[in-house]
Ligand binder design. Structure first.
Ligand code: ATP
Ligand code: MG
Length: 183
């Protein structure tokens, strides 16, 4: 079985900047610079045949290229239940449209529909120790004003996720270009 998800790759300079935000704060599982991404659809474990159907369906997804802006910080969970810290995305109808089409494509390929609301985000850190949680409040306050330049989205990516003891590693298995004109 292979563990897959669909997402956006981020420009190297932006990943470098994002990775720099948490430098110096220990006890937190920071996402490695090369792994920073925006998840559009988590797929999970599938077999080869399913993976091929998914690729075929994703290949038909088409929206014009667009831009997104990362803006502000958010969390999953709060207080003692804080699980993850992430950078938010400015509301983006084109991103929503891409997400919707990808969702339809993977359902067409035979996957169960995602029941949860789409919260576009770039995860920076997952929680490690309790002590680390206390350091994240100030970190979030300090970086609340984070904002990226407009990021051009001209493709999306099918990633394979390799879970290791020390966090996951993601490998791009297929890139899908967004074209200005419908082919
Ligand atoms: P780990 O699970 O070891 O903490 P990870 O979450 O980075 O590592 P995966 O579980 O393979 O690795 O997840 C890949 C991507 O999909 C990550 O961006 C993760 O946040 C996201 N993701 C994982 N599970 C779900 C889910 N059920 N719904 C939405 N997104 C998910
Ligand atoms: Mg996970």
């Amino acid at each position: 079985m292979i563990r897959l998800f669909v997402g956006l790759e981020l420009p190297a300079k932006l990943r470098e900047r994002l990775a720099g935000l948490g430098a110096g704060i220990e006890g937190v599982r920071w996402v490695d610079e090369e792994n920073l991404h925006l998840t559009l659809r988590f797929i999970g474990e599938v077999d080869e045949a399913q993976a091929e159907d998914i690729v075929e369906a994703l290949d038909r997804v088409q929206v014009p290229p667009f831009r997104i802006v990362l803006d502000g910080l958010g969390t999953f969970g709060a207080g003692v239940r804080l699980r993850a810290v992430w950078v938010a995305v400015q509301p983006s109808p084109p991103l929503e449209a891409l997400h919707r089409k990808i969702e339809r494509a993977v359902v067409r390929a035979g996957l169960p529909a995602e029941g949860r609301r789409f919260v576009p985000h770039v995860t920076l850190a997952r929680l490690g120790s309790v002590a680390a949680r206390e350091k994240l409040g100030p970190f979030i306050a300090y970086n609340a004003g984070f904002r990226s330049r407009p990021i051009r989205v001209s493709s999306f990516t099918l990633f394979q996720s390799f879970l290791t003891g020390e966090g996951a590693d993601y490998v791009a298995v297929e890139r899908f270009d967004l074209a200005l004109e419908e082919a």
